[in-house]
Each structure stands twice: as structure tokens, then as C-alpha cells.
Design a protein around this ligand. Structure first.
Ligand SMILES: NC(=O)c1ccc[n+]([C@@H]2O[C@H](COP(=O)([O-])OP(=O)(O)OC[C@H]3O[C@@H](n4cnc5c(N)ncnc54)[C@H](OP(=O)(O)O)[C@@H]3O)[C@@H](O)[C@H]2O)c1
Length: 344
């Protein structure tokens, strides 16, 4: 029987989709429309990794144990506190004859999944190593991809850790490409890896007309974006302090607000900053997994502002290729990712 969304893997509560499930069954045998992956590493979502790291005082052995506990109780790496997952990298182990990749992928090929770990059945045998600097955990594990599950073949011209880190957030620059038009003023909140990709894409989409402003709590991150030409202006602000954030923006723009605000900061309670920085009639895209729907929607209403609020869908057709092309074409992005994810 065809089961593209993996309903047969849900243990409880019965009848929900895998992402909403408390626990999944990651055991074999493989369904005829499923794909089995021998997993090498998990790229944990930034918000999830920060939460686990903080809960375990930064101790890598305890972080490993924390991850083991989540996967053994849930059958997936779905952080119950942040609700987020991440993605994985591994080799194709077996392809069910009715999986859409049958005839395309072959056993042994290396792929990265582009659907969240929060819905991916995972059987974890061992946590081999935790890499806190890159939110990555090397593991011995097997994962199952449903027929609807997106994946990307790992490119051979880019270092693997770098490609994985870029693919992990590839929905963000792709959605920026969809929304940015020449003449806009675009604010990117969070000068991390998604922030870099979003700024680079916004600059490309503006075609020299408009402005990209980057904001981050770290003055060094902001300076780097400015020096690298990823933004036209950079502001060091704590985005959890909404009024100060808006004032910083307005003093940099002569009182103007933004047509589009993109939230890729990794902390909660930044919604009011994005809303205050958006002009009436503008749009905000919330990518951060720490976003509260309630805070965003009630916050906009409370301000009496007509702002279109988008929740950043991680899937945009062509997102993997668009993002890998940015890494290939924009030297500043390539350097930033190389330093952060390959140590070179
Ligand atoms: N839905 C999707 O498809 C999608 C796509 C892309 C990203 N995202 C989400 O977006 C978030 C960011 O991801 P990422 O990988 O880009 O993380 P990242 O590299 O850690 O970047 C986040 C940035 O936010 C900054 N930040 C932290 N606290 C701040 C504050 N109070 N004010 C302003 N900036 C602050 C961080 O600064 P420090 O490093 O100094 O703390 C960091 O530079 C994650 O939750 C991720 O899951 C989702």
C-alpha cells in the first residue's frame, strides 16, 4: 500500500502525521515505497542545538546522551523543547521498488535529506562525536525517508560539511529570491549562516536598486557582513529589545522602515523587532524556529500594522540548487562557510 507521508511509522498519537507524532517506529522491514539511509551525521537545527547545549552546560558527553535519550524515546531527533529537528547526511542503503528515487539513486550514493529530522524515523546505534561549533553530530544510525521526502545528492565540488550546512537552510535564500524585487529595503535579522545566504540572495535580487541591512547581536558578525559586501549597512543590536532595534534601524535609514524583514536569528522573543522594523504594507518572513506564532500574529494586530506575515516554508522548488550556486558564486559566502564548517 502506498504511504507517501509515512503514516504507518506513527506510534502515538494514532492518526497524526509523523512530524506531529510523539514517537515513530524506525524499525525494519522497509516499506516498498521507503528509502533506507545509513546515516553518518546529523546536522541539528541551530535553535535545537543551542537549547541542548545550554541544558547540558556545553558538556559534549552530556549533549551526546541528551540526543540519545531523545531519539530512543521518540524514534526521531525531534527536540521536544524547540520542536525542531535538522537534517542528515548518509549513504543510500536500500531503495524500495516503489520509492520515487528507484531508478535514480543507487545504493552507496551519498545524499542529504531535505526534510526535517523532526519527521524522519531514526534508529541510533551510537553517537560517535559531537561538533558544537557546527551543530553537527557524527553517528552510527539508520534513517527512513518516505516517498514524499526530499533529498539532494551531495555535490562533489564542495566540501561535504559545507554543502550540508548550506543545504540545511536552503529554503531561506530561495524564499528571499521569491519575495525581493528591485527598489526594496530589506532587513535580515541574524548574521549567521542563513543570514549570509539571505543577504547575498537579496543583493542579487535587488539588482543594484534598493538596500540590504543586516542586524545581529554580535558586532563582529555585522562588521564582517559589511566588510564582505553582503549588506549595504550593518547594525549590532539585541533583537529581543524591540524598541532599541527599531530606533537603530531608523537612525541608519533617516527614519525609514523596511519593505521586507527576514528573521533568521536563533533566539526567541524577536517577533516585535521584526514587526516594528517592517513598514505598513510590508512583509515579514519568520524562519527562526524560535518564532512564536501567537507573538507574531497578536503582535502585528496590537501594533495596528497591515503586515503580511509568512512562516518560512523550508521547501521552495529549486532551493538546493539555488543555495549551492550562491556558495559557488559568492566568494564571501564560500569563505564564511569554509571557515565555519571546514576550519580552513
Ligand atoms: N524554515 C527554514 O527552512 C529555515 C531556513 C533557514 C534558517 N532557519 C532557522 O533560522 C534560525 C537561524 O539559523 P542559522 O543556521 O542561520 O543560525 P546561526 O548561524 O546560529 O545564526 C543565527 C544568528 O542570530 C544571532 N542572534 C542570536 N541572538 C540574537 C539577538 N538577541 N539579536 C540579534 N541576533 C541574534 C546569532 O548571533 P550569535 O552567534 O552571536 O549568538 C547568529 O549570528 C534557526 O532557527 C533555523 O532553524 C529555518
Amino acid at each position: 500500500m502506498s504511504d507517501p507521508y509515512g503514516l504507518r511509522r506513527v506510534i502515538k498519537p494514532a492518526g497524526v502525521l509523523p512530524q506531529r507524532a510523539e514517537s515513530l517506529d524506525p524499525e525494519l522491514p522497509l516499506g516498498e515505497d521507503e528509502l533506507l539511509i545509513e546515516v553518518e551525521s546529523l546536522n541539528i537545527d541551530a535553535a535545537s542545538f543551542r537549547q541542548i547545549e545550554k541544558a547540558e552546560g556545553g558538556d559534549t558527553a552530556r549533549i551526546a546522551e541528551h540526543i540519545r535519550r531523545i531519539v530512543s524515546s521518540r524514534g526521531k531527533m525531534h527536540n521536544p523543547v524547540t520542536g525542531s529537528g535538522g537534517m542528515l547526511i548518509g549513504r543510500v542503503a536500500e531503495i524500495g521498488p516503489k520509492h520515487p528515487a528507484a531508478g535514480d539513486l543507487k545504493p552507496g550514493e551519498r545524499i542529504a535529506t531535505l526534510v526535517s529530522l523532526s519527521l524522519t524515523p531514526l534508529r541510533l546505534r551510537e553517537v560517535v562525536k559531537v561538533h558544537p561549533a557546527i551543530d553537527r553530530v557524527d553517528v552510527k544510525a539508520q534513517a527512513i525517508l518516505f516517498a514524499s521526502g526530499l533529498y539532494a545528492r551531495l555535490p562533489t565540488d564542495l566540501p561535504e560539511t559545507l554543502a550540508l550546512a548550506a543545504l540545511d537552510v536552503c529554503g531561506a535564500p530561495a524564499l528571499v529570491a521569491r519575495h525581493v524585487r528591485p527598489g526594496m529595503r530589506v532587513l535580515v535579522l541574524g548574521a549567521g549562516k542563513s543570514g549570509a545566504l539571505c543577504c547575498a540572495q537579496a543583493r542579487q535580487s535587488l539588482k543594484g536598486q534598493g538596500q540590504v541591512i543586516a542586524m545581529d547581536i554580535s558586532p563582529a558578525a555585522v562588521k564582517r557582513f559589511r566588510d564582505d559586501g553582503l549588506c549595504d549597512a550593518g547594525l549590532a543590536v539585541d533583537a529581543t529589545r524591540a524598541l532599541e532595534t527599531m530606533q537603530a534601524l531608523q537612525s541608519a535609514t533617516g527614519g525609514e522602515l523596511c519593505d521586507l524583514v527576514v528573521n533568521v536569528a536563533s533566539v526567541p522573543e524577536t517577533e516585535m523587532s521584526e514587526l516594528l522594523c517592517s513598514k505598513d504594507g510590508g512583509s515579514v518572513i519568520f524562519f527562526s524556529m524560535a518564532t512564536s506564532f501567537t507573538a507574531a500574529t497578536l503582535g502585528a494586530e496590537g501594533l495596528g500594522k497591515d503586515i503580511t506575515l509568512y512562516m518560512g516554508n523550508g521547501y521552495v522548488p529549486g532551493h538546493a540548487n539555488l543555495t549551492l550556486e550562491l556558495v559557488r558564486q559568492v566568494p564571501a559566502i564560500r569563505r564564511l562557510f569554509e571557515e565555519r564548517y571546514t576550519g580552513s
